[in-house]
Design a protein around this ligand. Structure first.
Ligand code: SF4
Length: 115
């Protein structure tokens, strides 16, 4: 992969995070991206930020939802095979999910880093 440079030439992007992991042993960029998956595990939140539609003080737009932990665990190997190496869990507030430990364990057990 090359990027336009300020001088009109082209340059390769600097190795950084997931992109660095995508480089093969020979240094060529192996485009199995995206390597990052942002996943919302619930639309529930216990905070009350004024600007946010997930706030506990807002009228819910739809039903409160929690991702099914077993289905999530089945999805992790698929994500790994598709090149995902980093996941962020989001919400709502992901820590209100009653099975958050199982979700994080499934990610870590599947060889994916979790934040
Ligand atoms: S989801 Fe984040 S921004 Fe929204 S109410 Fe909860 S803590 Fe605040």
């Amino acid at each position: 992969m090359t990027l336009p440079a300020q001088d009109g030439g082209v340059r390769s992007p600097a190795p950084h995070g997931a992109a660095a992991d995508a480089r093969s042993a020979g240094g060529a960029l192996d485009l199995q991206l995206p390597a990052i998956c942002d996943f919302s595990v619930t639309n529930v939140c216990n905070a009350a930020c004024d600007f946010c539609g997930f706030s506990r003080d807002q009228v819910p737009v739809g039903p409160r939802r929690l991702v099914d932990a077993d289905a999530f665990a089945r999805a992790v190997p698929i994500l790994y095979r598709r090149g995902i190496r980093y996941m962020t869990l989001q919400g709502g507030e992901p820590l209100v999910h009653p099975e958050i430990v199982a979700l994080v364990s499934a990610i870590a057990g599947g060889g994916i880093r979790c934040a």
